[in-house]
Write a new protein. Structure first.
Length: 443
């Protein structure tokens, strides 16, 4: 937790420095505002505390200079009784807070801690914006930095190079079709058709005709030949969404199609070769579905991708939400709303039973002005508020110590194991706060 302290009075400067250092802050004390400005670099991970009355450059001028460099850097001004009106003016000009002399040391520490926590959230928000600009085309499709999503991308990249049929399982809204399209678009079949069929949405009476096609006279009303959807996918990829909805009679026919890579239209006698790759998906594990044939399951699940629910990768929610906001704004032809770090943290605390689809719907509502950007859409429970506060404190400490673990857990009064567990819980990585990737623990 870094603080730049400016006061031209040496005794006061020393006393304030000692107070802040005893509270766990890393203090750089300056006698002149000009020297302090030299220390205010881009994304400075701390705050500035300055006396308002100083020779040459006073606190108001310093505030203006800092605001020109970084308007979100908290500046706390210390003022005497006669300068309260000036301090109020400074607040209107962008100062974070002011402290009136004389004050208790605890008051200074309290204001400094709040400002440092706010700064940590601001820097985290900026980091999230940078993360959105990804160069990896697969990462641009399947977004996230959680271990589950990193592993999923690795599997997709591997499977895209092969012709293996793949079963994709995951709850509603987890992105099964996104994964299926990625498997197609990054494969050798990318230039050929990708045919997606929602089996749960097809009428039962015409299901077989829709899938396999028919010849003229196959049934009443079949006046001419019709090519089925399976045949439309020849040379490409056939994605069978909600495969668990297939009636057992059609499951038997599908099993034969997958094994023989050929179809016979209804009413026909001659099989039609079918050069396709089969991808299938289900909201519920097929092994738990009564009525789903075991032989078809074994044929489909030679490779199975399990998609994680959104609540299992909360650390991805801020980045993902910003991406969805931008996409929704582009579709609507509207500006992308600015979302505070506190709002993103509140979103991360929610359960999201509808997963990414539900998150996308919230982004659309926010773009349309139906959802406030600075308020959670539902009141948070006490436990969620405690988690938000706890995460903010850990983020602030990690930011202040550049990802140093020893300094972090000591400043928070935690055991090393407790800090590791909490970082895992909140999807925090020391590398994101300045630690060298792969570096050994600094304790």
């Amino acid at each position: 937790m870094n603080i730049i302290l400016i006061d031209d009075d040496e005794d006061i400067r020393t006393a304030l420095s000692q107070t802040l250092e005893l509270a766990g802050f890393n203090v750089t004390a300056c006698a002149r505002a000009e020297r302090a400005l030299e220390l205010v670099v881009a994304d400075f991970d701390g705050v500035v505390i300055s006396d308002i009355r100083m020779p040459r450059m006073d606190g108001m001028t310093l505030l203006a200079e800092i605001a020109a460099r970084d308007a979100e850097l908290p500046v706390i001004l210390i003022t005497g009784n006669a300068d309260v009106a000036l301090a109020v003016k400074a607040m209107r000009a962008g100062a974070h807070d002011f402290i009136e002399k004389p004050f208790e040391p605890a008051r200074l520490v309290e204001v400094a801690r709040r400002a440092v926590a706010l700064r940590a959230l601001t820097l985290e928000n900026r980091s999230l914006r940078r993360v959105l600009n990804v160069d990896d085309p697969l990462e641009a499709r399947i977004r996230g930095r959680s271990p589950e999503i990193v592993e999923l991308r690795r599997q997709v990249q591997l499977l895209a190079r092969h012709e293996t049929d793949v079963l994709i399982e995951g709850e509603t809204g987890t992105g099964k079709e996104v994964v299926a399209r990625a498997l197609h678009d990054f494969s050798a079949r990318a230039a050929r058709p990708f045919v997606a069929i929602n089996l749960a949405a097809l009428p039962a009476a015409s299901l077989e005709s829709e899938l396999f096609g028919h010849v003229a006279g196959a049934f009443a009303g079949a006046l001419r030949d019709r090519t089925g959807r399976f045949e439309h996918a020849r040379g490409g990829t056939l994605y069978l969404d909600e495969i668990g909805a297939l009636p057992e009679a059609v499951q038997i026919k599908l099993l034969r199609v997958i094994e023989e890579r050929a179809i016979t239209p209804l009413g026909g006698n001659d099989p039609v070769a079918l050069d396709v790759r089969f991808l299938a998906s289900s909201n519920t594990p097929l092994a738990k579905l009564a009525g789903f044939r075991a032989d078809l399951l074994y044929r489909l699940n030679s490779v199975t991708l399990q998609l994680p629910v959104l609540a299992a990768r909360r650390g991805d929610i801020p980045t993902l939400f910003r991406h969805l906001l931008g996409r929704a704004a582009q579709r609507a032809g509207l500006p992308t709303p600015d979302v505070s770090a506190a709002k993103l943290m509140a979103l991360s605390a929610r359960e999201w039973p509808g997963n990414v689809r539900e998150l996308a719907h919230m982004a659309e509502r926010m773009v349309l002005g139906l959802e406030q950007a600075d308020e959670a859409s539902a009141p948070l429970s006490l436990a969620q508020r405690v988690e938000l506060y706890e995460r903010a404190q850990i983020v602030a400490a990690l930011s202040a110590h550049h990802g140093g673990l020893r300094e972090t857990y000591e400043s928070l009064g935690l055991a090393r194991k407790s800090l590791y567990e909490k970082m895992q819980k909140y999807a925090l990585r020391r590398e994101d706060f300045g630690a060298t990737p792969g570096a050994a623990d600094d304790d």
